[in-house]
Design a binder for this molecule. Structure first.
Ligand code: GDP
Ligand code: MG
Length: 615
């Protein structure tokens, strides 16, 4: 069964965790949802010296807050009360002084002053950075209280003109939150109608359902007057009745009147008072403390489902974000090497998918081969085997003596020089495929999710892939040029044997000039014979070039793109491996943040789960 203490204690623990994570609410700079805003707390609001700090102290039952005249409270104080087991000694802890236990509460007060001055300087300035203080005692109930600077209407010596507005803003920042319970402190020796506390409370909580009116200094009222109009709700009504309080006066403080004596005196004041006697059971600091924790309990109870679902949602979001980041890198060299190899494999896998299908890439290589016949057809054989050129080449090859049967040398020269033209398109195929492979490697690196957080490894992989592809290109070029050379170094004799053999003298044709050894038709035939031989070779190369390119570049890229890299990797030392896994620092930071927050959320979820909400 959920007890009041366990409920409020839960909230306290979640709040502490939030604070440790730098989550003070207000969402300053944090893109993550804040738990803080989900949790209820109690803030004291009132004019300067209205008795705010005194009320807080008497709820706690210990003296520890700086009190007095003037602007004493200059930073918000977030005070968490933790009920400890009977017989335990009271102690306090500050968040900014972790692990230091204060058992001397006057030292707590000094520390609050020192810590306030540390941020604001020894001035009258204020700061909205809260001080976090926890108090452990068997004599308190679990509560989170916030002491705030007093509302004021004028700036005093050393304060900027904006102070009135600054304090107003700071106070509103706390009390505006729908889960903030407001203790509106008004001194009884002041007219409620002029109370700043009531004014602000009415504005932020018009229905009065989260405001408790607290009337202090009942002992200081003029003789013959009483505060019954306020206490009985006739002056101004919140949803809950006003609670009257008698704190220690400055004189009591000066003479070190202790809390127990002060409480006893307060009780006596009410029970002995002819005015307030009938209300005695609903007056005083102790009653106020009980009222508050009871109220908090119901508020928390109502909010638990919301908090719970928010926590679960945060856990889901954080976990999927962490998944995207991947786990942090191990410090062990063996594990690092393993990680690098895994990453390389992931990349290699994607690279292969691009080539083999499944991802785009392979089809573009096919398109290169598809274009090859077109490129081959475009070669300028018409010009090269024109009548004029054939005649020139054949005549040059014959030299001083015209050939007898067939222009053997002429044919060879014409064929060799024609075949040279194939080098261009063949080399282009190699280069285009090289370009596509490089592009595919680059894309694959980008598409390897796991690699995303390792910019150094990405760059190294890209360099290694490019280097390997460059080697494959060299090899591929050599091979295809060799294919072309092979075609010209040994001609297919049969092809010519099948051609009709005839020798024709250059006689009787009208166009023949004196140095024409053969007729035009004769040269034309030679040209067309060479042309059909070249056509046959072109047919062969059209098929063998893609084979060579695939064999030397594509197949090699699939088989051994990273082989060289792996060899180099094997020689690297731990430090060099760590460098490869150098993560983007922003990402590391973000991951750490997420992990911490996830831890908090899970702890909070476990806390909530551990309490049964049925009653
Ligand atoms: P704060 O500025 O609102 O935090 O007010 P403090 O708690 O510092 O109190 C201001 C002064 O009023 C101190 O000297 C207190 O002793 C005094 N004071 C506060 N409450 C009472 C009260 O109920 N009766 C008497 N007599 N004095 C009080
Ligand atoms: Mg104060």
């Amino acid at each position: 069964m959920a007890t009041m203490e366990s409920l409020i204690g839960l909230v306290n623990r979640i709040q502490t965790a939030c604070t440790l994570l730098g989550d003070h609410g207000g969402g300053a700079g944090s893109a993550l949802p804040t738990l803080w805003e989900q949790l209820p707390s109690v803030a004291v609001v009132g004019g300067q010296s209205s008795g705010k700090s005194s009320v807080l102290e008497s709820i706690v039952g210990r003296d520890f807050l700086p009190r007095g005249s003037g602007i004493v409270t200059r930073r918000p104080l977030v005070l968490q009360l933790h009920k400890s087991e009977q017989g335990m000694e009271d102690y306090a802890e500050f968040l900014h002084l972790e692990k230091k236990r204060f058992t001397d509460f006057s030292a707590v007060r000094k520390e609050i002053q020192v810590e306030t001055d540390r941020v604001t300087g020894r001035s009258n300035r204020i700061s909205n950075v809260p001080i976090h203080l926890s108090i452990y005692s068997p004599n308190v109930v679990d509560l989170t209280l916030i002491d705030l600077p007093g509302l004021t209407n004028v700036a005093v010596e050393g304060q900027p003109e904006t102070i009135v507005q600054d304090i107003d803003n700071m106070v509103r920042c706390y009390v505006e939150k729908p889960n903030c319970i407001i203790l509106a402190i008004t001194p009884a020796n002041q007219d409620v109608a002029t109370s700043d506390a009531v004014k602000i409370a009415r504005e932020v909580d018009p229905t009065g359902e989260r405001t408790f009116g607290v009337l202090t200094k009942l002992d200081l009222m003029d003789r013959g007057t009483n505060a019954l109009d306020v206490l009985e709700g006739r002056s101004y009504r919140f949803k809950y009745p006003w609670v009257g309080i008698v704190n220690r006066s400055q004189a009591d403080i000066n003479t070190n009147m202790d809390m127990i004596a002060a409480r006893r005196r307060e009780r006596d004041f009410f029970s002995a008072s002819p005015d307030y006697g009938h209300l005695a059971s609903k007056m005083g600091s102790e009653y106020l403390a009980k009222l508050l924790s009871k109220h908090l309990e119901s508020v928390i109870r109502a909010r638990i489902p919301g908090i719970s679902s928010m926590i679960n949602q945060s856990i889901n979001e954080l976990e999927s974000e962490l998944d995207r980041f991947g786990r942090p890198v191990s410090l062990d060299a063996g594990a690092q090497l393993y990680t690098i190899l895994e990453l390389c494999r992931a990349f290699d896998q994607i690279f292969k998918e691009h080539l083999d299908g499944g991802r785009a890439g392979g089809d573009r290589i096919y398109a290169v081969f598809n274009q090859l016949p077109v490129a081959l057809r475009r070669l300028p054989f018409d010009r090269h085997l024109s009548l004029q050129n054939v005649r020139k080449v054949v005549s040059l090859a014959d030299g001083y003596q015209p050939h007898l049967i067939a222009p053997e040398q002429g044919y060879r020269r014409l064929i060799e020089s024609s075949l040279n033209y194939f080098r261009g398109p063949a080399e282009d195929s190699v280069d285009e495929v090289h370009f596509l492979l490089k592009e595919t490697a680059r894309r694959s690196i980008g598409e390897t999710q796991e690699l995303r957080r390792f910019p150094t490894l990405q760059a190294e992989l890209a360099a290694a892939a490019n280097e390997a592809l460059e080697r494959f290109r060299e090899d591929s070029k050599k091979t295809i040029l060799r294919l072309v050379d092979m075609e010209s170094s040994y001609l297919t004799v049969d092809f010519f044997r099948r051609l009709p053999q005839e020798v024709e003298r250059g006689e009787g044709t009208s166009s023949a000039t004196s140095d024409d050894r053969y007729s035009e038709a004769y040269f034309r035939r030679i040209g067309s014979n060479v042309s059909s031989y070249v056509g046959m070779v072109s047919e062969t190369l059209r098929n063998s070039i893609p084979k060579a390119v695939v064999h030397c570049q594509v197949r090699e890229a699939k088989r051994s793109l990273l082989d060289h890299f792996y060899t180099q990797l094997g020689r690297k030392e731990g430090r060099q491996l760590a460098q490869l896994l150098d993560e983007n620092p922003e990402l590391m930071e973000r991951r750490q943040q997420c992990a911490k927050r996830l831890q908090l959320c899970k702890a909070a979820r476990d806390e909530i789960d551990s309490v049964s909400w049925s009653r």
